[in-house]
Design a protein around this ligand. Structure first.
Ligand SMILES: NC(=O)c1ccc[n+]([C@@H]2O[C@H](COP(=O)([O-])OP(=O)(O)OC[C@H]3O[C@@H](n4cnc5c(N)ncnc54)[C@H](OP(=O)(O)O)[C@@H]3O)[C@@H](O)[C@H]2O)c1
Length: 391
């Protein structure tokens, strides 16, 4: 296989090489330079994009199914950067429940016509190239961030493309592996607590499922905001939640949540979304409080009935619940979805730097073992966060 790279640049890593002149030629209208031990890169005529990778390694999802459908392929084309986009040399990408669900067919109403997909939302790595209008990133900078849930070209690849506002500087105090575990889960929690419920100091927050990545991030965000936090989680997560500043951590396997948790809350983030949890969460809210579930039904209804019927049906169900809870109990009811948010990502970075936010990594796999990593999550062999490493 032949590789291309600007001369004088460290292995597998692209810097703004300016006028470097390697062995050059032309492919698809781009000037390229031959190198050893890296990916195929090209000098493009686009202003602001000095070097572009033209192909790289990526895990493709050609069809929905079990972990065996995942294919690690070489020479997968890398699209040109749009002006606001950043090419990131991935060092670590984490596995989120959305990845394994998408692999199994969740969201097929949207994704099936777009196969093959590249899975993966989270990333930590280095900036390899920037689009013409990108101002806040420079080539070589260490960054971390997460793609929007509906992105088709994900992060299970050596070179991922994210928009400028989906990335921020990686905290120096943490490794790429640790950093990659954080953004998608923490941004989901941030969107619920900070953007939707607008929690503030002194409020009471209940996190249902504080043992998971989103739940644990939510506990830490709420504690950092000066809230009084209660959470439900498995027995093994109780100590960790308390150490992170939760006032109460209830083991849902052995305790009756309704008896154990007292008083009313300003916000309930339900990462589990089972009907029984929803009933309990709603009953624990004070008037004016916010109930937010991560298990909105838009994608599952669209998968079942098609986009044309499923999405309006989901909207009708949500509006009905919102109306019902607002007028009977004075409660705001939300389906929360992760969304890239540069303000949130910057706050998350600052909390990581201040050691107020982290998500423990349970196990790492090399990207070549992505099938084993997905199998480990499917079979619940690894309860905590799994990260794929690319070096
Ligand atoms: N809507 C969105 O945009 C969005 C974004 C991110 C995630 N999600 C969804 O949110 C859920 C959590 O995501 P995640 O990344 O945090 O997953 P995760 O890290 O795998 O966490 C799941 C955890 O939930 C806990 N759990 C299971 N049943 C429970 C119960 N009855 N009560 C309390 N805790 C329970 C378990 O922790 P213990 O060890 O404590 O038992 C488990 O580890 C997933 O379903 C995911 O698909 C949605």
């Amino acid at each position: 296989m032949r590789f291309l790279r600007p001369r004088g640049i460290a292995d597998g890593f692209l810097r703004d090489a300016g006028s470097s002149a390697g062995t050059s030629g032309c492919v698809r209208g781009r000037i390229y330079e031959l190198v050893r031990g890296g990916a195929a890169v090209a000098r493009t005529p686009l202003r602001g994009v000095r070097f572009m990778v033209t192909s790289c390694r990526a895990v493709l999802l050609p069809r929905f199914g079990g972990p065996e459908v995942l294919e690690l392929r070489e020479n997968v084309a890398v699209p040109d950067l749009k002006p606001n986009e950043v090419l990131v040399r991935a060092r670590a990408v984490s596995v989120n429940p959305l990845d394994t669900r998408m692999r199994s067919g969740y969201g097929r109403s949207i994704f099936e016509p777009l196969l093959p997909l590249i899975l993966g939302r989270d990333i930590s790595g280095e900036v390899a190239a920037v689009g013409a209008s990108v101002r806040s990133m420079r080539v070589g900078q260490e960054v971390f961030g997460a793609l929007h849930p509906t992105a088709v070209r994900g992060t299970y690849t050596d070179y991922a493309i994210l928009s400028e506002d989906e990335l921020t500087r990686k905290p120096e105090s943490i490794t790429h592996t640790e950093a990659s575990a954080i953004p998608f889960a923490a941004l989901t929690a941030w969107r619920a607590l900070k953007s939707t419920a607008r929690i503030s100091e002194g409020q009471r927050v209940l996190v249902i499922g504080g043992g998971g990545a989103v739940g644990f991030a939510a506990v830490q965000l709420a504690v950092a905001a000066g809230c009084h936090v209660s959470t439900t989680c498995g027995g093994e997560s109780v100590e960790r939640a308390l150490a992170a500043g939760a006032q109460q951590a209830v083991d849902y396997m052995v305790e009756d949540i309704e008896l154990a948790i007292k008083g009313r809350f300003d916000a309930v983030l339900d990462t589990i979304g089972a009907p029984e949890m929803e009933r309990i969460g709603i009953n624990l809210l004070r008037r004016g409080g916010h109930y937010m579930t991560l298990q909105g039904e838009a994608a599952s209804l669209a998968d079942r009935y098609g986009l044309a019927i499923g999405l309006p049906a989901a909207t009708a169900i949500l509006l009905k619940k919102q109306f019902q809870y607002r007028y009977s109990l004075g409660i705001e009811y939300w389906w929360t979805y992760m969304r890239a948010d540069s303000e949130g990502l910057n706050e998350i970075r600052q909390l990581c730097e201040a050691k107020k936010l982290h998500i423990p990594v349970d196990k790492t796999f090399h990207i070549a073992h992505v099938r084993e990593a997905h199998e480990a999550k499917d079979k619940r062999l690894v309860p905590g966060k799994v990260v794929l490493e690319l070096d």
